[in-house]
Design a protein around this ligand. Structure first.
Ligand SMILES: *[C@@H]1O[C@H](CO)[C@@H](O)[C@H](O)[C@H]1NC(C)=O
Ligand SMILES: *[C@@H]1O[C@H](CO)[C@@H](O)[C@H](O)[C@H]1NC(C)=O
Ligand SMILES: *[C@@H]1O[C@H](CO)[C@@H](O)[C@H](O)[C@H]1NC(C)=O
Length: 392
């Protein structure tokens, strides 16, 4: 940002000062033309060169200088690539699509597990009596699961290995979505792990997810080392540091958002290349950043910014608290389901705690429908507690 070149001001000054001396009728028209041209020239100069240091600003109140600021050209807009233009148009159109009208709208429950699901019997209790309103998909990344509930039989999808914090985790999530989206009845998609349990009965969960237009995708701006610290400038120009977000991977999303995830190759490719443990000299975990960053860029108002799956990080360790048999109590369920504020803590030294009410269609509601992580040994207690807590 520069001041107008000195010669411009100097010429203008001399011209004004010398003007009275040139008062002869025959010369007047050309004098006016020259003066007008010079004024125009200096105005063009003031337009091209921001007038931060324009001499007049030293003499007038800032309000006098502000009109100058309004003439400034906007900050140069980056030229988008072909892929960005195409992606932006596709995403915008997907968001405008009205929901498909189906006779029996279902929620797809997507289980991401290494092998056998320890809580199948509990989930069976949760699903029983609601046939036609849900569908189940199981992605077992390590070994073929042994199913004990008929609801889960033949629900395994073709799977692949999943590495902790690697893009293969996102690939598995996309694989589950791609399978579940084949069924047009599936209107909402819930990602769950083998250590997740339901906290509410099916009707409550169904209404909570289906009677709103938002996806429950966790998303917050963490300026610390575990947030923006994981951003790589190799993601430029498409993903800027200001777009970078973090959040738990356990999402629920509406059909349009699932389509966007499946349609996106542009941003996904950036994460695949530049968000890996150890990539570009930093540890980046795609499953904690890809969806929050994508939806922050594509549809920030369409996501709730919190996850409906509760997890307890209060011990401040690398892994969240895992509940044992004796922890699975009625009081625990009551405590978790009575929470109506979601909390995010920044990972910098300030450890800023951001608390926001869980707003559902404009009303404050319990934040959580599911919880993790429970040890398999907790199954029997969980069955008892779930029945008494939800009257199922
Ligand atoms: C969701 O969106 C549809 C269509 O845009 C609208 O008709 C409906 O009222 C919305 N539902 C809620 C709960 O906001
Ligand atoms: C989620 O956060 C974004 C800002 O990051 C905000 O614009 C949006 O309204 C929030 N979503 C809801 C449902 O409040
Ligand atoms: C439930 O919350 C109460 C009050 O905060 C606390 O005293 C109690 O220890 C909690 N119980 C469980 C099982 O988390």
């Amino acid at each position: 940002m520069k001041a107008p070149p000195a010669w411009q001001i100097r010429i203008l000054d001399t011209q004004i000062m010398s003007a009275p001396r040139q008062r002869s009728p025959s010369r007047r028209p050309s004098w006016i033309i020259i003066l007008v041209s010079l004024v125009c020239l200096s105005l063009i100069g003031a337009y091209i060169f921001p007038p931060e240091n324009y001499p007049a600003c030293y003499f007038f109140a800032s309000s006098v200088c502000n009109p100058f600021m309004d003439w400034l050209p906007p900050a140069p807009v980056r030229e988008f690539t072909d892929e960005e233009i195409a992606a932006t148009a596709v995403f915008a159109n997907l968001l405008l699509l009205p929901p498909i009208q189906v006779t029996s709208p279902k929620i797809a429950f997507l289980f991401l597990t290494p092998g056998t699901l320890p809580f199948e019997r509990l989930w069976e209790k949760f699903f029983q009596g609601h046939e036609g309103r849900f569908s189940i998909y199981v992605h077992a990344s390590r070994e073929k699961p042994v199913h004990v509930s008929p609801l889960f039989m033949n629900r395994d999808i073709r799977s692949d290995k999943v590495g902790w914090g690697q893009i293969s985790m996102v690939d598995a999530e996309k694989r589950l979505l791609a399978n579940a989206i084949q069924d047009a009845d599936n209107q909402h998609f819930v990602l769950l792990s083998d250590s997740c349990v339901p906290l509410q009965n099916f009707d409550f969960v169904y209404r909570y997810l289906m009677e709103t237009n938002i996806s429950f995708i966790d998303c917050f701006d963490d300026p610390g080392p575990h947030g923006t610290g994981r951003y790589s400038e190799n993601m430029l120009p498409e993903i800027e540091k200001k777009d970078w977000r973090k959040g738990s991977q356990w999402f629920t999303m509406k059909r349009q958002h699932a389509l966007i995830v499946l349609a996106d190759n542009l941003y996904y490719a950036k994460f695949k290349l530049h968000c890996q443990p150890g990539a570009d000299g930093r540890n980046c975990y795609a499953d904690e950043h890809y969806l929050p960053t994508l939806f922050n860029m594509v549809d920030p108002h369409g996501i709730a910014n919190w996850s409906v799956t509760h997890v307890d990080w209060s011990e401040g360790k690398w892994h969240p608290k895992a509940y044992r048999d004796q922890d699975a109590t009625y009081d625990l369920f009551k405590n978790i389901t009575s929470i109506e504020e979601n909390i995010h803590v920044t990972s910098d030294d300030k450890r800023i705690v951001r608390e926001s009410p869980c707003m559902w269609n404009g009303m404050k509601k319990p934040c959580y429908l599911f919880a993790r992580k429970f040890y398999p040994e907790a199954l029997d207690n969980l069955m008892r507690v779930f029945s008494s807590y939800t009257n199922v």
